[in-house]
Design a protein around this ligand. Sequence first.
Ligand code: NDP
Length: 282
Amino acid sequence: MAGFRQELVGVFGQPVEENPTQPMVEAAFVAAGLDWRYLTIAVAPEALADAVRGARAMGFRGFNCTIPHKVAVVEHLDRLSEAASLIGAVNCVVREGDRLLGENTDGAGFLAALRRRRDPDGARVVLLGAGGAARAIAVELALAGAGSITVVNRGSERGRELGALLERLVPEVAIDSPGDGFRVPAGTDLVVNATSIGLYPDVEAAVPLVLDEVAAAALVADVIPNPPETRLLREAAALGCETLDGLEMLVEQGRIGFELWTGVEADTGVMRAALRRAFGLF
Ligand code: NDP
């Protein structure tokens, strides 16, 4: 019996039937021998302030925030990391004594996965999307020294907003729209799909990027965690490009949150296997 000393973290979000991050994080607790729980908690937008107060009152070690709380949670926290502050959104909250720190591990997860393959310093990047994931990735790439970022987004307003933020951080910034298909220029080092195009069940939806001119030396990444092998990544691999999938990004963001909460190194092999099982991948 775990009793009174069991530690709690969780995720505040919309009602979900299944939350794949719960088995991933709980598998990591078991692997680390920690008697902790990660709870999936549906929180309505108007109840967010009470939910955060509740987490403080109940001594939660922290929590993740998902849609629709990533921006709204900011005003209920005591401090933000530099990246979370620039992104303007928090997906991971960490208790420090009686204070709550807001972090954004979406972009950090992407960057950690990327760094295992490439150094982003000086990279010429084409980023499709300007929503939450794109913003988080763009800020982390900027802080890591990306040389240029071209933001390609369907909606011009969000594209312009992200472009304006990046202009303060990156030597070269351009904004474009995908139209029928944005032709990624030769010389691009990193191509990222940071939209929801390709997410299960719309797995054959085409990402509006034309890769003909992209050299095999480029790396093509996709934020879509399920299925990890997206149509975009299949096409990129056929051109000889190295690829990075969204499942790896999700594992890394989970690892970073786990380590911030517990101070213990996470077993990413166990986390990856749990996530793949949750997605029905084996
Ligand atoms: P948002 O709703 O904030 O943004 C969605 C983005 O996708 C916008 O740029 C939107 O463009 C674009 N978009 C959506 N549909 C289309 C389309 N048919 N054609 C062109 N552009 C389109 O979502 P998030 O940024 O929060 O999430 C995006 C994806 O990232 C989700 O699928 C999510 O699962 C994934 N994600 C993965 C993570 C991981 O760890 N692997 C972490 C976080 C997110 P517009 O502005 O024009 O609407």
